[in-house]
Design a protein around this ligand. Structure first.
Ligand SMILES: [Zn+2]
Length: 240
């Protein structure tokens, strides 16, 4: 079971014991991370981690870990999860993602999961300024949808899920690589995502997502990159 622990504050985690100037300079984002479009990625580190797998091509390596932020159909796809699930795959998901077969652990914000040398802190993802026509948020805070802070190989990744700029971002530990949604409508706009990047200040890369497939265009990513500057990294969609 996941244990509930508070998210560590900046002061508690600013050591980065495994990082030094040499290995930070050698991170090749385009090798380390593959974008399958929208919010679907793999982190190709010592463990292969898939994030909100969706519309994956065939023939991909099996996952060591799969993370699913919430049950909306553009983030939770049973068919894609099954495509990359092998006998040793661990799946970490929001409790709304019902019916996942295999080695699955359902988690909520505030919980922490340690799998061998990978540590995942679950952080909140919710709307503040985005509403549906009926006045409700697409991602209400009460639904406790997930974002994930993932530590692997001495790097810390923040996978935001579907969120607006939220106060909790100020309390995050140091982040090396941040994935931030930019499409607007249900999540941050590119300008808001740039504001989030300015709060989080990812050391290596700020990567736009949740655009260019079903909502938002690649221009949203370009605008995000312009606002963020040097740390923004635009990935080319992997076409299989
Ligand atoms: Zn959503």
């Amino acid at each position: 079971m996941a244990t509930t622990t508070p998210i560590k504050s900046k002061s508690a985690t600013n050591a980065h014991p495994n990082l030094n100037a040499a290995n930070s300079a050698s991170i090749d984002i385009h090798k380390l991370i593959t974008w399958f479009g929208h919010s679907s990625f793999s982190i190709n580190a010592s463990k292969r981690i898939y994030l909100d797998p969706w519309k994956l091509p065939d023939g991909l390596p099996k996952a060591d870990i799969i993370l699913v932020t919430h049950e909306h159909q553009d983030h939770f796809s049973m068919a894609d999860i099954e495509k990359i699930t092998g006998p040793h795959t661990h799946i970490i998901a929001h409790p709304g993602c019902v019916g996942i077969k295999g080695n699955v652990e359902y988690v909520k914000p505030g919980e922490k999961v340690a799998l061998h040398d990978v540590v995942v802190d679950v952080v909140p993802a919710y709307n503040v300024t985005k509403f549906r026509p009926d006045g409700t948020h697409p991602h209400p805070k009460e639904s406790q949808f997930n974002g994930y802070i993932i530590r692997i190989d001495g790097n810390t990744f923040y996978f935001a899920g579907d969120t607006d700029v939220i106060a909790e971002m100020k309390e995050f530990p140091k982040i090396d690589i941040a994935f931030l949604p930019v499409s607007g409508s249900y999540v941050m706009t590119s300008a808001e995502a740039a504001e989030a990047a300015n709060i989080i200040k990812p050391r290596v890369a700020a990567i736009p997502m949740h655009h260019g497939t079903v909502i938002g265009t690649l221009a949203d990513g370009d605008e995000f990159a312009q606002l963020v500057g040097q740390s923004a990294k635009l990935l080319k969609k992997h076409d299989g």
